[in-house]
Design a protein around this ligand. Structure first.
Ligand code: G1P
Length: 309
């Protein structure tokens, strides 16, 4: 079987991308623009996420939006007047770029309705997903396209018949920003069995330094768990709490974690966003050489200034 045939024979074909958050960490840039539309080099962050889903064989993408997200919807539409003008000029390169986002996947939208938390947003996807396993990709978390993760998670889901989430080692002092996992090892160094999860624990409460990053492969049973969940941290319906219920053996099936050791950027965080632009910029096919030269020169100047100071 070819790679594409393997992907098509899988049980997971749909992706859900929650993108209803307010982006308060990035104000004022996000005052009138969705945080998911912040560009990384020349593409909005959300396009990388949809491309990641599509390249893992998930051609059906449901984006869960909220208020003031019109730009996000427009980005995945075609723009006939712009395309016509580029066609007349014979500018195939730009035409391809304009069409990329409207052709990458079949993109659907659903409004969350009420901002009741990530678990609630995922629960809203039930009518679209139905009785199938599906992937969740958080719009803020950008996994470097050079370090694929979803393929591996889907393969683990298929072979173990289990819920699978992505984990990453983070410094203890950052654990309070994430969901955090208690784990048991398996015979695969990249896969752990999860025995418990806590949303945003303090460093003392944290059972490990393994943080949930925004990629999940979920079984449809998660919807019933979400429906019954009381509000958790911050008064919100937390996806982490639903997964903890399964991990503690109260629901249907175990939860495994795939440990990601590649490059991941939190594009809702200003410093990470700047780093993502540099790291993807230096390898960009058109801009890479120019940016690399500039970064090297700039680093040299900074080093000189520091040694003089
Ligand atoms: C969400 C999840 C959290 C996870 C994080 C990854 O939190 O609730 O468990 O670790 O995404 O980015 P948020 O960053 O939306 O507050």
């Amino acid at each position: 079987m070819t790679d594409t045939q393997v992907k098509h024979s899988r049980s997971v074909t749909k992706a859900v991308v929650p993108a209803a958050g307010l982006g308060t960490r990035f104000l004022p840039a996000t005052k009138a623009m969705p945080k998911e539309m912040l560009p990384i080099v020349d593409k909005p962050a959300i396009q990388y996420v949809v491309e990641e889903a599509a390249s893992a064989g998930l051609g059906d993408v449901l984006i869960i939006t909220g208020r003031n997200k019109d730009n996000l919807l427009n980005h995945f539409d075609s723009v006939p007047e712009l395309e016509y003008s580029l066609e007349r000029k014979g500018d195939e390169g730009k035409l391809d770029k304009v069409r990329e986002s409207s052709e990458v996947a079949e993109v659907h939208f659903l409004r969350q309705g009420q901002p009741l938390g990530l678990g609630h947003a995922v629960g809203r996807a039930r009518c679209h997903v139905g009785d199938e396993s599906f992937a969740v990709l958080l719009g803020d978390d950008l996994i470097d396209p050079r370090d694929p993760l979803l393929d591996r998670m889907i393969a683990e889901h298929d072979s173990r018949g289990a819920t699978v989430i992505a984990l990453m080692e983070v410094p203890r002092e950052s654990v309070h920003l994430y969901g955090c996992a208690a784990v048991e090892t398996t015979d695969d160094p990249d896969v752990v069995r999860i025995t418990g999860l806590i949303e945003k624990p303090s460093a003392e409460e944290a059972p490990s330094n393994l943080a949930i990053i925004g990629r999940y492969v979920l079984r449809p049973e998660i919807f019933d768990v979400i429906d019954e969940l009381p509000p958790g941290r911050g008064g919100e319906i937390q996806l982490t709490d639903a997964l903890n219920y399964l991990a503690e053996g109260k629901g249907d099936g175990p939860v495994y974690g795939v440990i990601f050791r590649g490059r991941r950027y939190d594009t809702g965080d200003r410093a990470d966003w700047i780093k993502a632009n540099v790291l993807l910029g230096v390898d960009h096919e058109e801009l890479g050489d120019e940016i690399t030269e500039w970064v090297i020169g700039f680093a040299d100047r900074l080093r000189e200034q520091r040694s003089e100071g």
